[in-house]
Ligand binder design. Structure first.
Ligand SMILES: Nc1ccn([C@@H]2O[C@H](COP(=O)(O)OP(=O)(O)OP(=O)(O)O)[C@@H](O)[C@H]2O)c(=O)n1
Ligand SMILES: C[C@](O)(CO)[C@H](O)COP(=O)(O)O
Length: 243
């Protein structure tokens, strides 16, 4: 990893992994394997080199897999609730929040995200939408076209000053507001969220089709170029200086 890290203080990776995986239909999704490694193990390994600690939220009753280099807590009923529990379980100054269900995390993307966070305290990886968009009408017919100019599809990881995100989560709880991601909670409070260009390989394993894609990609990813592999060992220390 090259380039300076501008983060001050400590950093934690928070990995919500407590979902049921209903759409995939294979039990707790984070434990599903691709290329011999669970989605959770891949996500933990991808972010561990950048942070001081990794915390994962698991479904109640699920024992953390042996050898997982992360502290485990019990997640909540929704992703939002799992993330709030993770935020309350760490004292880190900066947090990277990443779905366990996105196992392929290009190091370049994490580096760009870490450099973006200090500007506003909130940044998200996202990709400009490339397909034509339509709002479906009755009976799954073509309803209304949606102009795609300026639309980005949000991925993870997302990075935040922890105190800022915690306040946004607590405000959402107080208002009974539910969001599908964390950056949306900051934006709702009027906060600015920097968008960092993501990567097609950061797709979320949601459906059986996604799992088939992930299993096809895993051997290519694992044999990939050095720049596409997580760095070995810690990259930045707690004070944000390059190691
Ligand atoms: N109560 C929940 C629900 C989701 N997640 C996590 O949030 C991420 C994104 O969620 P998604 O892909 O929707 O996973 P599931 O909720 O498991 O999927 P489904 O909606 O099909 O059940 C996943 O890593 C998932 O484990 C979580 O930590 N706690
Ligand atoms: C956080 C997220 O991955 C960003 O795209 C997405 O919103 C998660 O949604 P889900 O409903 O938990 O699948």
């Amino acid at each position: 990893m090259s380039g300076p890290c501008l983060l001050a203080g400590t950093t934690a990776a928070l990995i919500p992994a407590a979902g049921d995986g209903t759409r995939l239909g294979l039990g707790p999704k984070a434990m599903v394997t691709v290329g011999g490694l669970s989605l959770l193990a891949r996500s933990v390994a991808a972010l561990a080199p950048y942070v001081d600690e990794v915390l994962v939220a698991l479904p109640e009753g699920l024992t953390p897999p042996p050898g997982l280099a992360a502290r485990a807590i019990v997640g909540g009923a929704t992703r939002q609730d799992s993330v709030l529990r993770l935020l309350r379980a760490t004292a880190a100054d900066t947090v990277l929040i990443h779905d366990a269900a996105r196992p392929f995390v290009p190091p370049q993307v994490v580096g760009a995200l870490l450099e973006a966070v200090p500007e506003t305290g909130a940044a998200s990886v996202a990709l400009p939408v490339a397909d034509t968009l339509v709002r479906a009408g009755p009976g799954e017919t073509w309803g209304e076209g949606v102009p795609r100019a300026g639309l980005w599809a949000v991925q993870t990881p997302q990075g935040f000053r922890r105190a800022l995100l915690l306040r946004a989560h607590e405000a959402a709880v107080a208002d009974g507001y539910a969001a599908t991601d964390d950056a949306g909670l900051i934006a709702r409070q009027g906060g600015r969220v920097r968008l960092v260009r993501g990567d097609a390989r950061l797709f979320k394993v949601t459906t059986p089709g996604d799992l088939a894609l992930a299993r096809a990609l895993a051997p290519v990813w694992d044999a990939g170029e050095e720049e596409d592999r997580p760095p070995q060992g810690p990259v930045w220390n707690a004070g944000g200086r390059e190691r």
